[in-house]
Design a protein around this ligand. Structure first.
Ligand code: ZN
Length: 453
């Protein structure tokens, strides 16, 4: 098959380093769910792959939601009565509650404190807070900094705008031999945090670049979207494309040193779920599988009941389970090139498996075909066990009735997909097997519960 090179990562000997450098380039940008920071991020990604930049106007109705006003920020600070900046947006964009309405006022510490957010149990870290759908303002500072603020008259300035504009997102479509699509989605609305959001952005970008240079059976659609509202917007405006999406992955949190976590789709045993589980298990990655739940990232939207796509999520430590989550400690030191490289490799292996999966038909289904005379079976009888190669052939012959894919056979036999695939290729060469042209599964809506016949 032409796509066997898909999982060959040797295209770049230092993929971890490249991923980390892209993260470092994007780190200083103040992103949000709309605005210039998001656009600038997409423009940087456009230097790696030719992204289409889309703009959806404020006020556009998207299912039950409305595209919000666009937020932009130039500067923000709190000055004491001596005119010194005691809180300064220029030193960290996390200091401002994301989506803060503009403010320019003087106030005493007691009033200011009602707008300050800290993490008392992590006194040196700055929390990340947002106020997307409630017009207010605030600052985030370290708890130590709060404790050092004397009563004073403070000048409070947030030089932001919250006006009609648009929601931006990036889309990159790669056509393959089939119109059937694999969707890779990552949120890109968080400001300076590396694991939550930048690791997913970097890996999706390099996956897109990698796949663009290789033969592909599937078509691929990469989405770089603001969390929640971006996914809802894309799905609402692209409903006619949804039926072509066969598999999907949400990527985020892929650079920390925790083990890989795959969260299953709502369908629970879709091909993407089987493929991810198979790769993580047989690839000997430290990993854990998570059942679907309606909480988390944009898998929530892709797996809502009226959409119900076979979209799972790959992360390392799940969000909310590590103290650095949504704080200034999710920084460049928190993500590691070797972890990024391993996550990238796992993504590629999962995609390569989907590319190489197929359903075959045994052309000699009445009793076993005589494999020995075709040179496929060891001619020395009496051994205690058939070798795994022979076992793989027997499984493929037995289950290739047109309704089991090679992945199904690998799962059922507990053999590796590669072994099963190689057996199918051998049998095909000997004319004992042919691939069913209709190798793609029926639509999820027709078979939400897959039944093994
Ligand atoms: Zn987050």
């Amino acid at each position: 098959m032409s796509s066997t090179e898909l999982h060959n990562v040797s295209v770049c000997s230092d993929i971890g380093g490249e991923l980390h450098r892209l993260i470092a380039d994007l780190y200083p940008i103040c992103r949000s769910i709309t605005g210039e920071g998001l656009r600038e991020t997409l423009r940087v990604l456009g230097q790696y792959v030719p992204l289409d930049l889309r703009e959806v106007p404020t006020g556009t109705q998207v299912f039950d939601w409305t595209v919000p006003k666009e937020w932009n920020i130039r500067d923000a600070y709190v000055k004491n009565s001596r005119g010194e900046r005691v809180i300064d947006f220029r030193s960290s964009n996390l200091h401002v509650v994301n989506y803060s309405a503009p403010v320019r006022r003087k106030m005493r510490l007691a009033e200011l404190k009602m707008h300050l957010f800290t993490l008392p149990d992590r006194p040196d870290w700055i929390p990340y807070r947002t106020s997307y759908y409630n017009e207010t303002w605030g600052f985030c500072i370290s708890h130590r900094q709060l404790e050092g603020l004397p009563d004073d008259e403070y000048e409070v300035v947030i030089d932001s705008t919250l006006q009609p504009g648009s929601l931006s997102y990036g889309e990159y479509f790669l056509s393959g031999e089939l119109p059937d699509e694999i969707i890779i989605s990552t949120h890109c609305c968080h400001p300076s945090m590396c694991n939550d959001n930048l690791s997913g952005i970097a890996i999706a970008t390099f996956l897109a670049k990698h796949l663009s240079m290789r033969p592909r059976r599937y078509s691929y659609r990469f989405l770089f979207i603001p969390g929640t509202i971006g996914a809802i917007t894309w799905l609402a405006l692209n409903e006619e494309k949804i039926s072509r999406i066969r598999h999907g992955l949400v990527l985020t949190g892929l650079g920390d040193s925790g083990k890989l976590h795959y969260k299953k789709s709502r369908q629970a045993s879709a091909d993407i779920d089987l493929a991810a589980a198979h790769v993580l298990h047989h690839g000997a990655y430290q990993h854990q599988l998570l059942d679907f739940s309606p909480y988390g990232y944009d898998e929530r939207q892709f797996c809502s009941p009226g959409i119900n796509l076979a979209v799972g999520r790959l992360s390392r430590s799940p969000h909310g389970t590590f103290p650095e989550y949504h704080t200034s400690a999710d920084d460049l030191a928190f993500v590691h090139p070797e972890n990024l490289a391993e996550s990238f490799d796992a993504c590629l292996q999962i995609l390569a498996l989907l590319e190489r999966n197929g359903t075959f038909l045994n052309l000699n289904p009445k009793c076993e075909p005589q494999l020995g005379k075709r040179g496929l079976y060891t001619m020395i009888g009496g051994a205690r066990d058939a070798g795994t190669r022979e076992l793989a052939m027997l499984w493929v012959l037995n289950l290739s009735d047109g309704s089991h894919s090679l992945l199904d056979i690998a799962e059922r036999s507990k053999l590796s997909f590669e072994l099963v695939r190689a057996a199918a290729e051998n049998l095909q060469e000997q004319g004992l097997l042919r691939e069913c042209l209709e190798f793609v599964r029926p639509m999820p809506s027709e078979s939400v519960e897959r039944t093994e016949s």
